[in-house]
Design a protein around this ligand. Structure first.
Ligand code: ADP
Ligand code: UDP
Length: 237
């Protein structure tokens, strides 16, 4: 597989063409951003952890019947994926109140929900990823009704698998963000990443934060937290 020209450089990853028009290579960086790019930094070793963790978790999703873009891990930081056209929706599933849910609705962090919630943001940096509902997504033609229904079904499926797996590792899955894409035949697959950058993960006993909130909130111990969750994942894989 030949790595050809870069098609995109994002905040956390670079995407490259390959000699197969249906496949891309994703290259994970150590760069970290928060507040939609306004806060910048690096988390040393993050790219290696996020690459490996995403690939292990994507394969668990495949086993559970949720199709993904994963093809093959190529190196510490590089993975071969199916090229998709990204559905411009950030899908957020929450089990416990935190982050924007807590600030938007004026509640404390840590309220355990009876059933998980789902919400969508329009993936658009220039607009700061505004929250929208399904009717807005349909009006803006970001996805069809069928695609939204599939995305919701898969997202709750990811939550079931991920929540149970992290619980085995002594980690509470608070919330997470997913992205989906369309293959050239229109099939919806899970894309992008599943990592401490995109999930809130709390130690089950102490509720200590083991995710990007340590970076967002200048709490220190960021690298140690990423290493800790990765080690727990590897011990329970
Ligand atoms: P951002 O664009 O938010 O800065 P990243 O740095 O993670 O994010 O960049 C990776 C980009 O690649 C994202 O825009 C993501 O939507 C996109 N992407 C993820 N998986 C695929 C895929 N399989 N095919 C095409 N694009 C993808
Ligand atoms: N999230 C993400 N990318 C985003 C926004 C949110 O990965 O652009 C993740 C975030 O890590 C958390 C979940 O989605 O696990 C919910 O985030 P929230 O809406 O509370 O916003 P945040 O406080 O993270 O900005």
């Amino acid at each position: 597989m030949q790595k050809l020209e870069q098609v995109y450089e994002g905040k956390a990853k670079k995407v490259f063409k390959t000699d197969d028009p249906e496949l891309f290579i994703v290259d994970y960086k150590d760069d970290a951003t928060a507040l939609n790019g306004k806060k910048k930094g690096t988390i040393s070793g993050k790219g290696v952890i996020n690459n490996k963790m995403t690939n292990i978790l994507m394969q668990k999703m495949e086993k559970a019947g949720i199709p993904t873009h994963f093809v093959k891990e190529l190196s510490d930081r590089e993975t071969l994926v199916k090229k998709v056209s990204i559905v411009p929706l950030e899908v957020i599933v929450r089990n416990i109140s935190a982050g924007h849910f807590a600030s938007r609705y004026g509640v404390e962090e840590g309220i355990v929900f009876e059933t998980p919630t789902i919400e969508f943001s329009y993936k658009c940096d220039a607009l700061d990823d505004p929250l929208l509902n399904e009717y807005h997504a349909l009006a803006l033609k970001l996805a069809t009704r069928e695609e939204i229904d599939t995305i919701k079904k898969y997202s709750f499926g990811v939550n079931d698998v991920l929540k149970a797996f992290w619980a085995d590792c002594g980690v509470t899955l608070v919330d997470f963000k997913l992205e989906f894409g369309k293959l050239s035949d229109g099939t919806i697959v899970l894309a992008d990443e599943i990592s401490p950058d995109t999930c809130r993960l709390w130690d089950s006993k102490t509720n200590e934060k083991l995710d990007k909130d340590r970076f967002r909130r200048d709490m220190g111990g960021v690298e140690d937290a990423y290493t800790e969750v990765m080690n727990r994942l590897l011990a329970h894989e």
